[in-house]
Design a binder for this molecule. Structure first.
Ligand code: FES
Ligand code: FES
Length: 162
């Protein structure tokens, strides 16, 4: 897909035309209230917990601390854009379920997208690398071991056929 024009935005593969009002909003509000993409959550609202994480050109970004104007011309992926078009879960999402890496689910969209960005660049991680990758995403209920288990279980699906 061609990149977004410098004044616009692509969200989950969809090109958006933005108004001046849109550009002034914080990205999390814009995603949740204007686009109805409610996967990204407002936890702390100050850039600390990672619940609002989305990807911008494949890099994790805290949507609560980002103005729409700052990401113009970029391609964003929210958790809604990770599943297949027919709704089939991405292997990483399935791994979180299989490993018991979800309880209340509040941190999960940000956790999964952070792990996804990591695995795209490090498809053969060890547990310590996986742990460091999600260190800035806070989970108050699952405990991190199952989340690391899920990342490790999904890693082979990120490797090119050898
Ligand atoms: S809600 Fe954005 S980092 Fe916590
Ligand atoms: S599953 Fe509840 S905060 Fe992580």
């Amino acid at each position: 897909m061609k990149p977004a024009e410098p004044s616009n935005l692509i969200v989950n593969g969809r090109r958006l035309r933005l108004t001046a009002r849109d550009r002034r909003k914080d990205l999390l509000t814009f995603l949740r209230e204007d686009l109805d993409l409610t996967g990204a959550k407002r936890g702390c609202g100050i850039g600390v917990c990672g619940a609002c994480t989305v990807l911008a050109n494949g890099r994790p970004l805290r949507a609560c601390r980002t103005r729409v104007a700052r990401v113009l011309g970029r391609s964003l992926t929210t958790i809604e854009g990770l599943a297949a078009p027919d709704g089939g879960l991405h292997p990483l999402q399935q791994a979180f379920i299989d490993a018991g890496g979800i309880q209340c689910g509040f941190c999960t969209p940000g956790m999964v997208l952070t792990a996804h960005a990591f695995l795209l660049r490090h498809p053969k991680p060890d547990r310590n690398e996986a742990r460091r990758a999600i260190a800035a995403n806070l989970c108050r209920c699952t405990g991190y071991q199952q989340i690391i288990d899920a990342i490790m279980a999904a890693a082979p699906s990120y490797r090119k056929k050898e």
